[in-house]
Design a protein around this ligand. Structure first.
Ligand code: P6P
Length: 344
């Protein structure tokens, strides 16, 4: 009798498709292309130290950051697999300045995918968990016409799917297509993602805060007051918050999604070129905001729901405060001046 491996991600996709009236299989094929890309990246990440893939490729990407060789591999892998799926009409990569046209030899489809091919790449050499993040939209313009900027710059609440893969102690794919959040863990012995975290819900309130406190001197007063409160003003039955910050967004988000808590990358005045903070709206904030809301959490710029932000540039940056609803609501009370804290 064959071994029972549980629910594979392919089973899950096909079940989703059967439950979607009018589904043509196009979205399923797109998701399967994404899964293949992530298996290839996992293979490359897993052997990075062995084939001299580590180390800087020497080039500087559109964000002004040094590009690592794995970054380039991951970027090219996602582009190639999604283009070859025949299901996309436009791609936008965190690694590339402009919208990526689909090569003429490939058929074009009706989906747009924004992606960060290897987020947290500055941690590659230290073997810290890194990840791929993706965000999927359906084009609004007519299928036989050219893709428009309106197709590419849709607000986050128009996403039809989003997710991330974390390359860590195990390789976990977490995604949603609007019916809740599910996590799948790669079983390398059979090369399949198996359902390991069904219907993820984030705790209503957590005890973890995640922020780079090195930027404390560059935040606005309200954010400083909130973090001061967390560190010196909060105590519930003797319980305090713990600080956890990896500096790899996918790792920090994944931990807080499962355990509860709040992640903050607020606006800071450190870099005049990045007045809204460091993280990108389309390939980081929106997909994670989609997931956290599907899991019962919240995501805000501090003054606006992330999924309502109307994008005006493909590499637009936004402040990101995301996590357990009670924690995010308290932060918003500080930002709106309804709460303050002064260290005694
Ligand atoms: P900082 C990694 O470079 C990244 O884009 C995210 O993965 C991470 O959350 C953030 O930057 C860390 O930035 O300024 O705290 O080092």
């Amino acid at each position: 009798m064959s071994e029972n491996v549980g629910i594979t991600i392919s089973n899950h996709f096909l079940l989703n498709q059967q439950l979607s009236p009018g589904a043509t299989g196009s979205f399923t094929r797109l998701l399967q292309a994404l899964v293949l890309a992530c298996k290839i990246i996992q293979r490359d990440v897993g052997k990075a130290g062995l084939v001299d893939v580590l180390g800087r490729a020497g080039t500087i990407n559109v964000q002004g950051e040094e590009v690592q060789k794995l970054d380039e591999l991951a970027n090219n892998t996602v582009k190639r697999r999604l283009s070859a799926s025949g299901e996309v009409c436009a791609l936008v990569s965190e690694e590339e300045a402009d919208i990526i046209e689909i090569p003429r030899q490939y058929p074009r489809g009706n989906y747009i995918v924004h992606f960060d091919p290897l987020d947290g790449s500055s941690n590659i050499d230290a073997n810290v968990s890194i990840g791929t993040i993706f965000s999927i939209y359906r084009r609004e313009s007519l299928p036989d016409g050219d893709t428009t900027m309106k197709d590419v710059l849709q607000p986050g609440h128009r996403q039809v799917g989003a997710g991330y893969i974390i390359y860590g102690s195990s390789c976990v794919l977490v995604f949603s297509t609007g019916q809740g959040v599910n996590g799948f863990t790669l079983d390398p012995s059979i090369g399949e993602f198996l359902l390991s975290h069904p219907n993820i819900k984030t705790p209503k309130k957590g005890r973890i805060y995640s922020v780079n406190e090195g930027n404390y001197g560059y935040w606005d007063d309200q954010t400083r007051s909130y973090v001061d409160w967390i560190k010196h003003g909060y105590s519930e039955h003797g319980i305090h918050y713990s600080s956890r910050y990896v500096g790899s967004l996918v790792a920090d988000f994944h931990r807080n999604l499962l355990y509860g808590g709040i992640f903050l990358y607020p606006a800071d005045f450190k870099d005049p070129l990045k007045p809204k903070g460091k993280l990108r709206l389309m390939c980081e904030a929106n997909p994670l905001a989609y997931l956290i809301e599907q899991a019962g959490g919240l995501a805000t710029t501090g003054t606006e729901r992330i999924l309502d932000v109307q994008p005006n540039y493909i590499h637009q940056r936004v402040p990101l405060i995301i996590g357990s609803p009670d924690d995010v609501n308290i932060y918003q009370e500080f930002i709106q001046g309804q709460r303050t804290f002064q260290r005694s």
